[in-house]
Ligand binder design. Structure first.
Ligand code: DHB
Length: 484
């Protein structure tokens, strides 16, 4: 019988008890199950975790039972590196992870380990470059549906969750469901046949739309020459693969620098490219107002983004935060009668500061997470924009295949009728997160809404590049969409 190897065995598990943050979780663990027939890397396994209460007579948590519980589908992809399975417990920074709380809340958790940049196959060829990570996640979704009669949880209520590169993966799951473009890759791995669309996607600061992210970054940060960021310091593991040092918080180092003339020149050239792209999207606000950008980047889009920042400010004040006392905030935000009234875009951007020199993602010198993401089986890194290919200074210019670039960008699939969109998408991009332009999350959100998706966006106050910081709100959103 085809694909018997991919059947879930409900009899092989362990019951575990875990105490964290003063809470006790008892759960059933079905671990390290191969989800494709022909894996090319040992990371391609998934684990299923189920609240033990579901197995008691009439057992339910928050109204969910063994077969009605939504399936929370977190990925741990970060920096486009491999994302190992997530067991309930500490994350790589030592904080209690979302899976622990999801189980306590009454969800079934399915967590798949997926390939990422730096993975090599048995022949020492790269096997984690794009689109490996999204293909693996799709294969795991198919595995869930393939086993829906045996598996706890409701396979029609899969909610993916991810942060940063993992948020990008979650947005791809949301936008590319069942699209035939991915079929050859899934077939080659011996993935289960069937559907790979999801019901909901939670995307924290998705580092996505990579082939337009450089121009968006310069549209936002042009004119700011200095950049400031933390870098991982090598300890016991590969330098740029800190999440492989499982369970140990990585060491970080501060970098404060000023862009070189060459970087400034890239910024000057990239910034004016964004308005053409933006206008090509034909976006509208919720009330139907057309959004358009002048060649110099001005227009009503910045005001539109700021409405979300003002909402975040009001929420923070309602929660009792004295935000006007926070350093630098009164430089750009005006509050009247306890309500956020106005914000100055340029000053707000300056307040947040630039994190990356230009080009931010497809660096003309290579050496970014993204140039490695777009490598090939035997080339460690490649460009993925014409701009950086033309301006390459790495000495080994090469351009990724157009198909590889397309497969990694959810924006190309939103208007494609062959892609089944998740009906519900939640995007969060912290108000002081500078890892990518706020424009990237906003245009993803607006494009999804235009396609009829119930999309939701917020720029939570004071939040830098991070995810899973508002789990009670995330779970309230999941409860609401699954109970509708
Ligand atoms: C991530 C952060 C980045 O700044 C980036 O360019 C890619 C990925 C991350 O945290 O996953």
């Amino acid at each position: 019988m085809q694909q018997t190897a991919l059947r879930f065995d409900p009899e092989t598990y362990e019951v575990r008890t875990l105490e964290r943050d003063g809470k006790t979780l008892v759960y059933r663990a079905f671990e390290h199950i191969p989800y494709v027939q022909y894996p090319v890397h040992p990371i391609q396994k998934l684990s299923v975790y189920v609240p033990e209460t579901f197995y008691e007579d009439g057992g339910s948590v928050n109204g969910y039972t063994l077969h009605t519980a939504p399936i929370f589908f977190p990925n741990t992809v970060g920096g486009y590196m491999p994302g190992p399975e997530e067991a309930p417990g500490p994350d790589f920074m030592g904080r209690t992870n979302a899976s622990f709380y999801a189980l306590l809340h009454g969800y079934v958790v399915v967590s798949a380990g997926v390939r990422g940049r730096g993975c090599r196959d048995a022949n020492s060829h790269n096997c984690g470059m794009a689109p490996a990570d999204i293909v693996d996640l799709k294969a795991a979704v198919r595995w869930i549906r393939h086993n829906k009669d045996l598996l706890p949880g409701n396979a029609e209520r899969i909610i993916s969750n991810g942060t940063s590169a993992g948020g990008a993966m979650s947005s791809l799951l949301a936008c590319t469901g069942n699209h035939p473009d991915y079929e050859p890759y899934l077939t080659a791995l011996g993935a289960a046949k069937g559907r790979d669309d999801v019901f909901g996607a939670s995307c924290y600061c998705p580092i996505t739309n990579l082939d337009h992210a450089d121009m968006a970054y310069e549209w936002e940060f042009h004119g700011i020459p200095d950049y400031h960021r933390m870098e991982f310091v090598q300890e016991n593991g590969p330098k740029d693969h800190p999440n492989l040092l499982f369970g140990k918080p990585p060491k970080m180092r501060r970098v404060d620098a000023v862009m070189t003339d060459e970087m400034e020149r890239c910024s000057d050239l990239l910034a004016p490219m964004f308005p053409t792209y933006f206008n090509s999207l034909g976006l509208h606000t919720e009330d139907g107002t057309a959004l358009s950008m002048n060649p110099d980047g001005s227009g009503n889009f910045t005001d539109y983004i700021l409405t979300h920042v003002l909402t975040a400010a009001d929420k923070a004040m309602a929660e009792g935060k004295n935000i006007m006392e926070e350093p630098g905030v009164s430089d750009w935000l005006t509050v009247e009668n306890g309500k956020a009234k106005a914000a100055d875009w340029k000053k707000y951007v300056a307040f947040r500061t630039r994190m990356k020199p230009a080009p931010a993602f497809d660096d003309i010198r290579m050496g970014t997470a993204e140039t490695e993401l777009f490598g090939s089986a035997d080339q460690r890194e490649r460009h993925f924009t014409e701009f950086s290919m033309e301006h390459d200074t790495s000495g080994h210019p090469a351009l990724a295949d157009a198909e590889q670039i397309r497969l990694m960008n959810p924006m190309y699939y939103i208007k494609d009728a062959r892609a089944d969109k998740a009906p519900h998408v939640r995007i969060r991009h912290g108000a002081v997160d500078r890892d990518t332009s706020l424009a990237i999350s906003e245009i993803l959100y607006l494009s999804l809404r235009a396609a009829g998706v119930d999309a939701d966006i917020a720029h939570p106050w004071g939040i830098p590049h991070a995810g899973d910081y508002d789990l009670p709100e995330l779970f309230a959103w999941i409860d609401q969409i699954v109970k509708e």
